[in-house]
Every structure is written in structure tokens, then in C-alpha cells.
Design a binder for this molecule. Structure first.
Ligand code: B12
Length: 490
């Protein structure tokens, strides 16, 4: 545990950039707090430093640089689609604070730092940030060389080099609680579809499975780490009533999951809404976990990586289970009163028959609440390495799993017509089974304008032309919009 200092030592500004591309996919409906930065901020506070967190989806960077006068600036890069926007943010910081040290970290930065090794950035963190960022702040404050700080790619006169790795994977209990107070000013802006405000909570990190499209297990070497039950109970007891659990694989450790459910009940924790992500085969093996957890929230959604409508499709992405599990897990979850949602992958290699197979599967098993992403080789995966020559020159904003990075087998027009038709069969199509008016009945009057805006935005996923327009773009189309209600409060 860290020593607690009495005096403030270094001003550190932690930035969550605007991803620049939330035109498709989950971005518009899921806007969540920068939890990784909040854990780093808690580690900095425990070492006597003075961190501020600024979410650039709602605020402007230059005024916050002026206000906080940081000597160290950390920028998060969670998704590969954000690389260019992160570089742009670093340039803005550099202009406003020429002497600040700029470090980038977060999932995509750690999994594949190459695109960030540019002159505007000083270092990239290639592991979790709770140990590295405070060590970096200490080094900068004391004028010690950065080469002694672990888990960095760092810029030096002749290029970029790596510092020593962390001795061990960071113990998640080293920083038991995130510094949530640093983002409270934006709390009302964090939402997941109908639920607002929303809190993001992490109980465990990593995944031991090996799906070939996922960069998480490849970054963490298939490890799985847990926060202690006491820390999770304290955290869940302190946050509000709508909670998205960030864990890559919830319920992975059954005994601990049962013990956690018991401890939460004893503490009297009950939420309005909970969302967890997990695997279908795990639910089939252990329905008792779902039974134990269900009373902990009024509405409880479970998100499955459904991926494919056939065993062959699942084998193709190394899912290590069959479609029988998708069907059975959905039945089990529904029988306990869970909302079943999930995601299917659409492969640019598909012919028409594969689309129809997916539509039939969705209709037969009632998966209309699922979403659809295009199979995309994400940096940090073996798939990406293998396809690197084909991917050369594609702009990063296209790595949002709603673009294709090479010509699809059916040609772009037909492919996107069928992809848009796939989305039209989802619950998000306001011209489909669930109309805009049905959505409105589920929200408070005050939330009607905002839900209408989000839903209208998602309708572009049902229009082939919207995808085709971007498919032909070879340079990033970066629109910097602020939601009208959230004029930058800087
Ligand atoms: C929450 C989440 C989201 C949320 C919110 C994201 C947001 N816009 O704020 C939503 C649901 C919107 C989302 C959307 C998408 N997501 Co997402 N998401 C996650 C998830 C599940 C959890 C992240 C998290 O908060 N973890 C908990 C915190 C505590 O951990 P952390 O963020 O990793 O932070 C630690 C370190 O990374 C590091 N760190 C973090 N920031 C910084 C900064 C500095 C300076 C330093 C030094 C260190 C550092 O230290 C932190 C503390 O240890 C991750 C899974 C994952 N394991 O990363 C996927 C993940 C990041 N998402 C992914 C993907 C693919 C997407 C989508 C494309 C999916 C889709 N279907 O559309 C969209 C893209 C949206 C968009 N257009 O921007 C992939 C990214 C793959 C890649 N290489 O690009 C991941 C890894 C999931 C996966 N299994 O593949 N996502």
C-alpha cells in the first residue's frame, strides 16, 4: 500500500479524448466514465500528487491545461480507432503546455503502441497504469531519468526504446477504489441507452479464452485478475443505481462470484440496472450463478459474445464452444428474468446465404436485442499481424468494427445493403417492431429529448449509403461535435 503524503507534489492532467468516431456501433448509446483514469488518479493521490481528469467528449483541452498547469499529461487510448484523435489531442496539449511530459496509455496503446510512437508524444505505457504513472510523476518531480520507470515505450534522441517490464501483473487491490469524485461534474452525461446516469464498475480483469478477434487475452497473456470482495462491495455500495460492469468475463470464477453475491446481499446492495458481459458455455455450466445474482438488480441484462449462427462460424473465430450454448444460455438467462443481449460478427467474406443463416438464427431464437459488428483484425491480435500487408494504409477510424478494411466478397454495395438489413432486424430499428413511441414510454419526460437524439443517431446503421460513403474515404473524416446540451463548460 502507498504512503499518504501531506503536501501536493506534481500536477497531473489525465485526459479521455473524444474518440472522433462514434457514428456507428455502441458509442452513441454507451457513454461511460473513464474508469482506468480514475484508478490511476487514485494511485497518484495516494502518492501525494494532484491529478485532474477531463473528459474531452464534453470539455476543451486548452482551457483545462491552463487551469491545471500540469507537468505530466496522460492521455488514454482505449480503442485502435482513436489513435489519430489521440495524436491530435497530444498536439493540442503540446501547444498549450510545451514543457509538459505527455504519456499515452490504455488498452489499444498497450496492445499496439506503434502508431503512437510519434514526436508529439514522450512515452507510451504498455501495461496497466496504476504503478507506472505515479512512478513517472515521481521521476519527473525529482528530475530522475524516465528510463527507470517500468512498462514504457519512451522516446529518446535516436528513436523509441522499451523500459523494463513490471515485475508482476498489477494487483488490482493495490488501488482498491477509483477516484470517482474527479468525474462527478459529468455524471449526468454518462449513460447506457435508457439508463442515466450510469456508473462503470470493475470487479475483475482479463480472460483465459482465446477468441481470435479479441486483443484482451493477447495483451494480458490469458490471465484473469480479481479485486477483493471487500473492495468490490464497497465500490458497488458507493455508486449509483445504474451500473455497467466492465469485466471482460463476468462469473468466470464461480465460487468467488457466489461469495460476492452473498456479500452484496448482506450489505443490502440492490441496483436499478446491472449489465454484465459473459460467455454462453459458462452460463450453461453454472445456472446457479445467475440465480444467485438476479435479486441484486431490478433490471439485469447479460451480454453474450454470440459471434456466429453456426458451429463452423464459431470454430472460425476460435470461440471454443458451439451454438447449442448460445441457445441454451439465452433460455437459462431468460428463465431467471435477465434481458439477453449480445453481439454477432459479420465476416466480409460472407455470401448471401450466410446473412440469411444469421437472420434465421436471430428470428428463431429471439436475439433481436443483439448487435452486429464486422469481423475486424484489431491491432494486438495475431489476426492483425497476419493480415498486416492487406491492411496497410487504412485509416484508424475504420477500426470501429463497422467498416470493412478490404473489398468484401459480395462487393461493398451488396455487402453493406445486407449488413444494413441485418441491423434493420434489430430492436434499434425505430421502423421495426419497437417504434420510437414505444421507447419513449420507457423513459422519464426529462430524458425524452436525449433518448430521441441517441436513437435517431443510431438509425444511420440501417442505411447502406452511410457505410458506403465512409468505405470510399481514404482519409480520416474527423467531425468534432459537442452535444448541444453540453456546450463545453471550460
Ligand atoms: C467500457 C468499454 C467500452 C465502452 C466505453 C468506451 C468509451 N467510449 O468510453 C463502450 C461500450 C462504449 C465501448 C465501445 C466500443 N468498444 Co470497448 N471496451 C470497453 C471495455 C469492456 C472496458 C474498458 C474499461 O473501462 N476497463 C476498466 C478499466 C479500469 O481498465 P482500462 O480502461 O484498461 O484502464 C487501465 C489500463 O488500460 C491503463 N490505462 C488506461 N488509460 C490510461 C491512460 C494512461 C495515460 C496510462 C499511462 C494508462 C492507462 O491503466 C488503467 C488502470 O489499470 C474494454 C475491455 C478492456 N479490457 O479494455 C473494451 C474494449 C476497449 N473495446 C473494444 C471495442 C472493439 C469497442 C467497439 C469498437 C465495439 C463495438 N461493438 O462497437 C466500440 C467502439 C466505440 C467507439 N466508437 O468509441 C475493444 C478494443 C480493441 C481494440 N484493440 O481496439 C476492447 C478491448 C474489448 C475487446 N474485448 O476487444 N467500449
Amino acid at each position: 500500500m502507498y504512503r499518504v503524503y501531506n503536501s501536493v507534489r506534481l500536477n497531473v492532467l489525465l485526459l479521455r479524448p473524444d474518440p472522433g468516431n462514434e457514428r456507428f456501433g455502441l458509442g452513441p448509446f454507451f457513454r461511460v466514465e473513464p474508469l482506468g483514469l480514475e484508478y490511476i488518479a487514485a494511485a497518484l493521490l495516494a502518492r501525494g500528487h494532484s491529478p485532474a481528469i477531463v473528459d474531452l467528449r464534453f470539455r476543451r483541452v486548452s482551457s483545462w491545461v491552463k487551469r491545471t498547469r500540469p507537468r505530466l499529461v496522460g492521455i488514454s487510448c482505449m480503442h485502435a480507432l482513436e489513435y489519430d484523435r489521440v495524436l491530435e489531442t497530444a498536439r493540442e496539449v503540446r501547444r498549450a503546455a510545451p514543457d509538459a511530459f505527455i504519456v499515452v496509455g490504455g488498452h489499444a496503446a498497450a496492445a499496439f503502441p506503434g502508431p503512437l510512437e510519434k514526436s508529439e508524444i514522450d512515452a507510451v505505457c504498455v501495461d496497466d497504469g496504476e504503478e507506472t504513472v505515479p512512478a513517472l510523476a515521481d521521476a519527473i518531480e525529482k528530475g530522475r531519468p524516465v528510463s527507470g520507470v517500468p512498462a514504457l515505450r519512451r522516446k529518446f534522441s535516436e528513436g523509441w526504446t522499451s523500459t523494463a517490464p513490471l515485475a508482476d501483473r498489477t494487483d488490482l487491490d493495490a488501488v482498491p477504489l477509483a477516484a470517482r469524485s474527479l468525474v462527478e461534474r459529468d455524471r449526468r452525461r454518462y449513460h447506457c441507452l435508457l439508463f442515466r446516469p450510469v456508473w462503470l464498475v470493475e470487479t475483475a480483469r482479463g480472460c483465459p479464452y482465446r477468441c481470435n478477434f479479441c486483443s484482451v487475452w493477447q495483451l494480458y497473456g490469458r490471465s484473469f485478475r480479481e479485486r477483493s470482495i471487500g473492495a468490490v462491495v464497497d465500490d458497488l455500495a458507493s455508486v449509483g443505481e445504474n451500473v455497467f460492469i466492465a469485466d471482460d468475463l463476468f462469473w468466470n470464477h464461480p465460487d468467488r462470484s457466489l461469495a460476492l453475491a452473498r456479500a452484496l446481499k448482506e450489505r443490502g446492495v440492490k441496483k436499478r440496472w446491472l449489465l454484465v458481459q459473459t460467455r454462453t458455455d459458462l452460463v450453461c455450466r453454472r445456472p446457479d450463478l445467475l440465480e444467485a445474482w438476479r435479486p441484486l438488480a431490478k433490471d439485469f441484462d447479460v451480454f453474450f459474445g454470440l459471434e456466429a449462427a453456426s458451429d463452423e462460424g464459431l470454430a472460425g473465430v476460435v470461440k471454443d464452444t458451439g451454438v447449442w450454448a448460445s441457445i441454451e444460455a439465452a433460455n437459462i438467462a431468460r428463465s431467471f428474468g435477465y434481458g439477453v443481449t449480445g453481439n454477432f460478427l459479420v465476416d466480409p467474406d460472407w455470401d448471401e446465404a450466410r446473412f440469411r443463416e444469421l437472420w434465421d438464427f436471430v428470428a428463431e431464437h429471439g436475439f433481436q436485442r443483439a448487435g452486429y459488428t464486422i469481423l475486424t483484425p484489431l491491432p494486438g491480435t495475431e489476426l492483425f499481424q497476419r493480415l498486416a500487408p492487406v491492411l496497410e494504409g487504412q485509416p484508424w477510424f475504420k477500426y470501429d468494427m463497422h467498416h470493412v478494411l478490404w473489398e468484401p466478397r459480395l462487393g461493398p454495395r451488396r455487402f453493406f445493403e445486407l449488413y444494413a438489413e441485418t441491423w434493420r432486424r434489430s430492436i434499434l430499428n425505430t421502423r421495426g417492431e419497437k417504434k420510437l413511441s414505444d421507447w419513449m414510454r420507457q423513459v422519464s419526460v426529462a430524458d425524452v429529448p436525449y433518448i430521441t437524439r441517441v436513437l435517431l443517431r443510431t438509425q444511420r446503421m440501417m442505411r447502406a449509403e452511410a457505410y458506403l460513403k465512409e468505405h470510399h474515404a481514404s482519409v480520416p473524416v474527423i467531425a468534432h461535435e459537442y452535444p448541444s446540451e453540453a456546450a463545453p463548460a471550460s
